[in-house]
Design a protein around this ligand. Structure first.
Ligand SMILES: Cc1cc2nc3c(=O)[nH]c(=O)nc-3n(C[C@H](O)[C@H](O)[C@H](O)COP(=O)(O)O)c2cc1C
Length: 410
């Protein structure tokens, strides 16, 4: 459930901070990537060296990194990086800062700039916990969507016995696993997505290809990862900027495999399909060249040496082959690009490729198909059911397709 999840772990100045070293071990052991932010108070209880070593990343605690050099910690980036911020232990002081919206520690500024959900595991003396001010802060934070891992009852550092102990690390881990299971409906599943065009060499510099940018397949991979699904993304040569590709495929749940030709895509996709654990979903969004030059010319042919005609041989039908070899229960979704209405061809494709759903798009629709950031699709289902959609961003189309997948009776 936590594999590939990005968690910002905030530590504050409580004696329970020592337990967070073990909690950090549990989180990384469960596959999460963890970055640690400490308040200056937390450093009185446990060293950044311990947490930095356990997390494998430098620990940050000050707003300014090097006063002389004028560098500072990018709290906004950390707040955007995480899928979740977990503050454990959370002191009464930091909880009040969160409730008030104060920014007087790096951790509080990270919390203020974060877009992701926040979970707190308070730890404090019984009377501090039961104080109306603390309880009011907890209520207020709860109303803002901050989730609570309630403190337990037992012996406290003060010598008192009562409520206030930070929940045990195993219980916090279990809470997070349950939380991700709720928020990530496809957690624990694996998908195979093909994207982009293929390039079939004519000689060392020329190729047969098409105008697919790969955006639709990348949007699907990105949305799958957001829903907690691990993705093998087999990409032909994409025509998107490096930064955009990195942004769309950088999620740790996405395993991007670059290929050039249809034959390479076929081999890579089959390998990914047959790898353990079983694949739950195949989406063939790549625009695979149907044929390739039978005998590519070695080196670069000079203009006069180019042949009058090029013999072609058929490429493997990747989607049909994947669909026929998929494990039981695995859903196969294909794409069909038309230059006219294309409905009859899409219905035929659904049957011949043994898919569960065909996504039909047509370049006849303005803003649809290759090279656009938008797409208008129709979903072609077995039994002649057709669902038509408006023109939407490809990111939103990916949402529609995966909502349809989640709603399938399987
Ligand atoms: C030995 C010791 C233990 C403490 N334990 C706690 C605690 O468990 N919970 C808490 O809210 N404050 C505790 N405090 C008080 C906090 O460290 C103090 O309020 C500090 O300002 C918290 O700052 P921070 O939230 O920015 O880390 C403790 C202080 C000391 C000296």
């Amino acid at each position: 459930m936590l594999r590939g999840r990005r968690i910002v772990l905030g530590l504050t100045g409580s004696i329970a901070a020592y337990k967070s070293a073990y909690l950090l071990r549990l989180l990384t052991g469960a596959g999460a990537e963890v970055r640690v932010v400490m308040t200056p108070g937390a450093k009185e209880f446990i060293t950044p060296l311990t947490l930095g070593t356990l997390s494998g990343h430098p620990v940050v605690s000050e707003l300014t990194e090097d006063r002389e050099a004028g560098t500072w910690t990018h709290h906004v980036e950390l707040g955007l990086w995480g899928d979740l911020i977990l503050v454990a232990p959370a002191t009464a002081h930091t909880l009040s800062g969160m409730a008030e919206g104060r920014g007087d520690s790096l951790l509080l500024t990270v919390l203020l700039s974060a877009k992701c959900p926040v979970i707190v595991a308070p730890a404090m003396d019984r009377d501090m916990w039961l104080h109306p001010a603390t309880q009011a802060n907890i209520t207020q934070l709860g109303e803002r969507g901050v989730e609570l891992v309630p403190p337990g009852t037992g012996e406290l550092a003060s010598g008192l016995v009562g409520v206030g102990r930070m929940a045990e690390p195993e219980d916090i881990l279990e809470h997070l696993q349950g939380w991700f299971a709720k928020k990530a409906p496809l957690a624990g599943r694996r998908a195979l997505v093909t994207a982009g065009p293929t390039h079939e060499p004519v000689d060392a510099v020329r190729f047969l290809g098409n105008r697919s940018s790969g955006r639709m397949g990348l949007c699907l991979a990105q949305e799958l990862a957001r829903r907690g699904c691990a993705v093998d993304l087999v990409c032909g040569p994409l025509s998107l900027g490096e930064d955009e590709i990195q942004h769309m495929t950088g999620h740790p749940l996405i395993n991007k495999i670059d290929v050039e030709t249809a034959t390479e895509m076929h081999t890579a996709a089959l390998q990914a399909l047959l790898r353990e654990p079983d694949c739950d979903l195949i989406i063939g969004a790549a625009a695979v060249a149907d044929a390739r030059p039978a005998a590519p010319i070695k080196g670069k042919a000079s203009g006069s040496a180019l042949p009058d005609h090029i013999d072609l041989v058929s490429n493997p039908d990747i989607l049909a082959d994947l669909a026929s070899k998929r494990p039981e229960g695995c859903v196969a979704i294909g794409f069909s690009l038309a230059s006219d209405d294309g409905l009859e061809a899409a219905k035929k494709k659904l049957a011949t490729k043994k898919c569960d759903l065909i996504i039909l798009n047509s370049i006849a629709d303005q803003g649809s198909g290759f090279g656009h950031k938008t797409n208008r699709i129709r979903m072609v289902w077995p039994g002649n059911r057709i669902d038509s959609f408006e023109l939407k961003s490809k990111a939103q189309v990916a949402v529609d397709i995966l909502d349809a997948y989640q709603n399938m009776d399987r």
